[in-house]
Design a binder for this molecule. Structure first.
Ligand code: TRP
Length: 335
């Protein structure tokens, strides 16, 4: 994480510390983050400031933040290569978010589909933070002059808004922010629900059999795969109307690195029962070393603390440069 080894493009991304990280999160986002570390200057964060737009229980919240932090390191985020910090530890984020709020229009924020969805879901707590959430996300990204932002499709509108805010600010004050671009990972990594394979795998699904958590016990994982919804054709191959099997083949391919053809050849003439068992076993093997590392890390508070402190120091130094520039351009008196 040297500051002089520039030239490589800068990547910034963050994930909220929800209670469970699913196989979908891992194969769709996290595994990608890990791979990007060698080719880019990556900066990653646990977005805990974003998380309080919905009410959190203090004790569970603290544990969720630490668990997410440890799990990401267990998955392969290497703080020597990529600073990985906890958002609330770096005060520039909240500061720039306030500034950007004053350069973001009410109308723009009102058009965010995530805001509309979430305010319907939490009708009893439509707080201002939920509304201005995208300007905090814009601050996260713009502080590090990021070139690329790996995100899921659901965050694309927020990134579009980030670009608009940055362009607007640059237009008024001259070049201040780099305009970031979305980095949408390969489509092959979209993992669907095991119970309704036309829907994305999501831990907010009430049916716990529809998703697999990275930290699920092996027998739970096996049970969930054995119950996975398939079709009546009884042929392991990709096809239309075979969403369940398509998804299982996709998962198998992601965790083993085998191609679709290799997988279909291997299971030619075999039944769905065998195939589901094989996918379950492959997933268990994939998450086993991650779970072992996680167990070691979560018991080693001192090590975790050292990692997030070191990363937060680095992030603060870098982001303070951007914030200082912004404050000066607006006309604030230097400290
Ligand atoms: N809003 C993102 C999500 O819920 C998380 C996030 C916060 C983020 N800040 C970010 C993602 C900056 C990319 C860049 O998924």
């Amino acid at each position: 994480m040297s500051e002089t080894a520039e030239k490589k493009k800068v990547i910034f991304s963050a994930i909220q510390p929800s209670g469970t990280i699913t196989l979908g999160n891992y194969l769709g986002a996290l595994q990608n983050w890990v791979k990007l570390q060698d080719d880019y200057n990556c900066i990653y964060a646990v977005a805990d400031l974003h998380a309080i737009t919905v009410r959190q229980d203090p004790k569970a919240f603290r544990q969720n933040i630490l668990n997410a932090y440890a799990l990401f390191i267990a998955c392969g985020i290497d703080t020597e290569k990529s600073p990985f910090f906890i958002q609330s530890h770096v005060h520039t984020h909240a500061e720039l978010a306030w500034v950007l709020n004053c350069y973001t229009q009410f109308g723009e924020l009102s058009r965010m589909t995530q805001f509309k969805d979430k305010s319907q879901k939490h009708a009893d707590n439509i707080n201002a933070g939920l509304f201005t959430y995208p300007s905090l996300m814009a601050a996260d990204i713009l502080l590090y002059q990021a070139d690329l932002v790996p995100i899921g499709i659901d965050q694309k509108q927020h990134l579009e808004l980030t670009r608009n805010i940055a362009e607007r600010f640059n237009g008024i004050y001259g070049n201040t922010f780099r305009i970031p671009e979305a980095y949408i990972g390969e489509t092959g990594a979209k993992i669907m629900s095991l119970q309704d394979p036309t829907k994305k795998m999501s831990k907010s699904d009430e049916n716990v059999n529809s998703w697999v958590a990275i930290l699920d016990k092996p027998d739970t994982i096996m049970k969930k795969f054995k119950r996975a919804v398939t079709d009546s054709e009884a042929r392991v191959c990709v096809g239309e109307g075979k969403d369940g099997i398509n998804n299982l083949i996709g998962i198998m391919s992601c965790v083993t690195g085998k191609t679709t053809d290799e997988i279909t050849a291997e299971f030619e003439g075999k039944g769905y029962g065998d195939f589901k068992t094989a996918v379950g076993e492959a997933v268990v093997e994939k998450v086993r070393p991650i779970q072992e590392r996680f167990d070691r890390l979560i018991a080693d508070k001192a090590y975790l603390e050292e990692q997030y402190r070191k990363s937060a120091e680095f992030a603060l130094r870098l982001s303070q440069r951007t914030l200082d520039k912004v404050m000066k351009k607006i006309g604030y008196v230097a400290r």
